[in-house]
Design a protein around this ligand. Sequence first.
Ligand SMILES: Cc1cc2nc3c(=O)[nH]c(=O)nc-3n(C[C@H](O)[C@H](O)[C@H](O)COP(=O)(O)OP(=O)(O)OC[C@H]3O[C@@H](n4cnc5c(N)ncnc54)[C@H](O)[C@@H]3O)c2cc1C
Length: 387
Amino acid sequence: MDFSNIKNAFSGKSNSDLNRAYLLFKTINNPKISRILTGIVKICLNLRLPITPIIKQTVFKHFCGGTTIEDSQKTIDTLWEHKIGTILDYSAEGKKTEEDFNFVYEETIRTINKASSEKSIPFCVFKFTGLTNFKLLEKISSNKKLTNNELKEKENFESRVEKICESAAEKKVKIFIDAEESWIQNAIDDMTLNMMRKFNKKNCWIYNTIQMYRNDRLDYLSEILDICKKERFLVGLKIVRGAYHEKEIERSKKYGYKCPVHQTKKDTDNDFNKALKICIKNSTNLSICAGTHNEDSSLLLTKLMIKSGFKKNNEKFFFSQLLGMSDHISYNLSKDGYNVAKYVPYGPVKDVIPYLVRRAEENTSIAGQMGRELTNISREKKRRKNI
Ligand SMILES: Cc1cc2nc3c(=O)[nH]c(=O)nc-3n(C[C@H](O)[C@H](O)[C@H](O)COP(=O)(O)OP(=O)(O)OC[C@H]3O[C@@H](n4cnc5c(N)ncnc54)[C@H](O)[C@@H]3O)c2cc1C
């Protein structure tokens, strides 16, 4: 497995795609410019200035599939030409009303219907915070007594989650449930485990997500393994490092509780890789997806699969990256015969902006270093110039 094959990595990109990506990453790679631009975007949005056309032609075009499922078809087809699947991720954030939650529910059902008829869409995905109030999940997670109104809200959102999982299982579509902040995660874990109990009896349709930056997730993994073996159901897991590291540290300091996340990257990396090893050993009971842009962890999973005698395209093992990022991992894995799928965020441009700002922040250089993406794009531009 060779992730340095840059020709494969960018085989889905035309010269103009590559030039646009270069300009984009060159801009967001500079911390000062990136901060100023994200600041301007936020101000423009507050003032309701018409900036969505500019965003749509730049960052949105690189990181998102389209504004709707239909609008994302070209991205789905282009990825599938390289045997890379799509995970349609309706990315509208900050929704707060029952009407919004019902809309997200219906949109998720639409993605399941779409996936049920297309081989190019191996998974669907949703977030609990798209289907209910953050505060309610926080209250449930800390076992606080709910008011009558909250009990009604809980019943509504549990019904939405269950109907989504039921529809996925009925239509034979695998579905990820994203992991979120640790103080709402108990509610997500408990309900997701129940969904696995109910719908993963013979096949693994429902996948939870475990964040390996948390210092209790190896214990959690062994706990759910014990449960599923005893109760005879299958567990699906997306394994990630975790997206809320700073937020977790800040909150634990603010409220004075033991920090739930590792303090060093090395500890997170170690737990991530240990989790892969445990999952390979227990693959009779588990199916996994490594959701990572980390080359070492991706390589480790390929080696573990080969060592244990699994076929590269065994349905129990998937690799996943975000659209517009780490194509050198996705395209090279897929070319070598592994199962790969990209998260393809979509939605109205203005609703997807918080997602885009996070991508910009993530790709801003640390101490002036050139980011992973920019380095690879520069190498490919040079390679094309020299042929
Ligand atoms: C397909 C896919 C799905 C995802 N789904 C989710 C999800 O459901 N929930 C979620 O929370 N995230 C999710 N993520 C994001 C993921 O958790 C990571 O934030 C992101 O992918 C970067 O980690 P990495 O493994 O790609 O690579 P790397 O760049 O090797 O790792 C960066 C990560 O390491 C950890 N880290 C960094 N510094 C430290 C430190 N000092 N101490 C301890 N740990 C540190 C952080 O988690 C950071 O994000 C997903 C990512 C992908 C690709």
